[in-house]
Design a protein. Structure first.
Length: 495
């Protein structure tokens, strides 16, 4: 089949060139030297079906100075990619950190939809990963950027200090057919200074333009972009006052519009929130993706017109689809998982989202008990944001009361403080959310990631947890809302 596809590819190329199938600009734009990155993002179309965007970052300009997109080959048929966002310097946005500079994107982003059933696609002779109808191996990563802000300056040139490139290489060697990133891709908010570990002679890029996106994501993750399509969750570092302009150019899984670009502050009330959507994993399993990027902590939301309220109604409505036997909920901020621990306390999950969920549950399911949080149709929840790894089971006597939770937020960014070591363990005395009891928990305060493998032909998953050296420290098998975990000896805490 691959040989036949290649024959079709070369034959079609000859026909196009011989028959004038593309302009000279298109042919020049399709040369390898102009393509700096290529990747595939999976989202959902208006009908709720999976939709895959093939995207490239290109430097090509026509002789008159206009950006031109390259040709894409999809199953032997060539067509010109659409311009998603042209090269240029974006308007300077007020940011959370000062000094600030405008985000400069000297490369254009082009895209094309890969139709369902696509067998082969390439741009500039570079093959693109093709989404499968059923995903069986999923790499779970998050919080991968190198942190440079006013409180923490990582040495981005030291792989021990910032190991994302090696984590990406190890992940690629596991041959995933989907990569899930839990958000916070780009952390280089301020210049290097003598006050931290970041060497001032390192010349690390900073700000929110292409140079930082390339340094934090596209270069270290190139091997993963070539290996598999990505499903991306938006983190708080991708809001409009941070790296939102790059988020919409590169990763957001919908079409690019001015009101969802973060270029104009008057649209932030739209751009800082995204509709909830679902991606089918095949075999009765799927993921519901929720945008919590701009959420605060401690506010109370009861207004049905509030963004987060409406997004949860969307999420729980999607989760109620009976054709899926295993639904995974995902957003960036942990809900029934702990926040970043400090020397004095272990914070609970995001209290704002907990409150919204309780209100939505009472609206959609009036018979639901207090502190239900999730409907019964959701079995597991994935998050990032907290810079460690957590797997949590809820309930008493192995009767799960809430979806098992996995937090994967330790793939490059500076690690969180360790959880306290005490007897009984902290989660027996510090509630993760009101009315929620944890049955057991595994945590790891080192750089780590997870691989999901489908259990035979079922809708459920085996989770293998790895450290940054690629060593396994736990294996968990899903049974409904429960994760049955077997820890390995090593740098691991559990109870």
């Amino acid at each position: 089949m691959k040989l036949l596809t290649l024959i079709i590819f070369f034959f079609t190329l000859v026909v196009l060139k011989g028959c004038g199938g593309g302009s000279s600009n298109d042919e020049s734009a399709s040369q390898t030297q102009y393509i700096y990155a290529a990747w595939v993002i999976i989202g959902s179309d208006e009908a709720g079906n999976n939709r895959a965007f093939a995207r490239v970052a290109t430097s090509y300009l026509s002789p008159s100075g206009q950006p031109v997109c390259p040709q894409i080959n999809i199953d032997g048929r060539f067509s010109k990619m659409a311009m998603r966002a042209a090269a240029g310097e974006m308007p300077l946005r007020p940011t959370a950190f000062q000094p600030s500079v405008p985000a400069n994107f000297p490369l254009s982003t082009c895209e094309a939809i890969l139709p369902a059933g696509t067998q082969y696609a390439s741009v500039a002779w570079q093959s693109l990963p093709i989404p499968k109808e059923r995903f069986d191996r999923i790499l779970l990563i998050g919080d991968s950027g190198c942190r440079m802000d006013t409180t923490n300056l990582q040495n981005c040139e030291d792989p021990k200090e910032w190991p994302f490139a090696s984590v990406a290489q190890l992940g690629a060697e596991l041959n995933p057919d989907l990569v899930m990133h839990m958000g916070d891709f780009q952390y280089r908010d301020v210049p290097c200074s003598a006050s931290g570990k970041c060497p001032i002679d390192a010349q690390s890029p900073w700000g929110y333009g292409w140079d930082t996106w390339n340094a934090d994501l596209f270069t270290p993750a190139a091997v993963l972009f070539a290996k598999a399509p990505w499903l991306v969750v938006r983190g708080n570092h991708e809001i409009c006052s941070k790296a939102g302009q790059g988020w919409f150019r590169f990763l957001n899984p919908t079409f690019y519009t001015e009101d969802r670009s973060c270029n104009n502050a008057s649209y932030d009330s739209i751009a800082n929130y995204s509709p909830t959507y679902a991606v089918s994993l095949g075999g009765g399993s799927r993921i519901v993706v929720y945008d919590s990027a701009n959420v605060s902590i401690g506010t109370t939301v009861t207004d049905p017109n509030n963004n987060y309220y409406r997004q949860f109604v969307e999420a729980f409505t999607l989760a109620a689809n009976p054709i899926f036997t295993n639904t995974i909920f995902t957003n960036h901020h942990p809900i029934l998982g702990y926040g970043n621990p400090t020397t004095s306390s272990v914070p609970p999950g995001n209290t704002t989202l907990q409150g919204v969920m309780n209100n939505v549950m009472q609206k959609l399911y009036p018979a639901a008990t207090a502190n239900s949080y999730y409907p019964e149709s959701i079995n597991t929840a994935f998050h990032g944001h907290v810079h460690n790894l957590q797997t949590i089971n809820f309930g008493v006597n192995n009767f799960p009361s809430h979806p098992a939770t996995i937090i994967s937020g330790a793939d490059g960014v500076a690690l969180a403080e360790p959880f306290p070591s005490a007897t009984p363990p902290f989660y027996k005395t510090t509630l993760v959310a009101p009315g929620v009891e944890i049955n057991n928990m595994i945590w790891n305060n080192n750089f780590s990631f997870a691989l999901l493998e489908r259990i035979e032909n079922s809708a459920f998953w085996k989770y293998t947890l790895y450290n940054k050296s690629g060593d396994t420290f736990a294996v968990c098998t899903q049974a409904g809302r429960q994760l049955n975990c077997t820890p390995n000896a090593g740098n691991l805490s559990s109870s």
